[in-house]
Design a protein around this ligand. Structure first.
Ligand code: FES
Length: 146
């Protein structure tokens, strides 16, 4: 499929833009500083906190935040278990959903949980982190997927 371009100039903190690339949902999320600060604290609870399975993101997103720019996360919005669409739970702590929950993505099909970098928690069915699709910045406010 052809690359698609996303205009993120209107994307506010905590918001998600959804587009389609190669028949898959692509999520672009602008993370707040609070969301980013939580990520390193989650490492002990995650299956692959350093994203060492290199198939799950391009090399330029193989870092702590799994992104090119710290605040902007680009993910394929399909659960890596059986492909359901996870729900975004961006709130830092929406009690009583889960006392341990720090915000991220929740798959309703078999309860896999991911953080705001798409990293999968340990002990859920999803075997790897959410995928980061190939992408680059055409300008500060324009991302090309593909
Ligand atoms: Fe998401 Fe099974 S498809 S947990």
């Amino acid at each position: 499929g052809a690359p698609v371009t996303a205009d993120i100039s209107e994307l506010a903190e905590g918001q998600r833009l959804v587009l389609e690339w190669r028949g898959q949902p692509i999520w672009i999320v602008k993370r707040s500083k609070a969301m980013l600060d939580i990520l390193p604290t989650l490492d002990p609870k995650l299956l692959d906190p350093k994203s060492n399975n290199l198939d799950q993101q391009p090399t330029y997103a193989h870092n702590e935040l799994r992104s090119i720019k710290p605040e902007i996360s680009v993910l394929v919005g399909l659960c890596t278990h059986l492909g359901c669409s996870p729900e975004m739970k961006a709130e830092i702590r929406p009690e009583p959903f889960d006392a341990e929950w720090k915000g991220g993505y929740f798959c309703p099909c078999h309860k896999s949980k991911f953080d705001m970098a798409g990293r999968v928690f340990a002990g859920v069915p999803a075997p790897i982190n959410l995928l980061v699709p190939p992408h680059h910045y055409e300008s500060d406010t324009s991302i090309v997927i593909g």
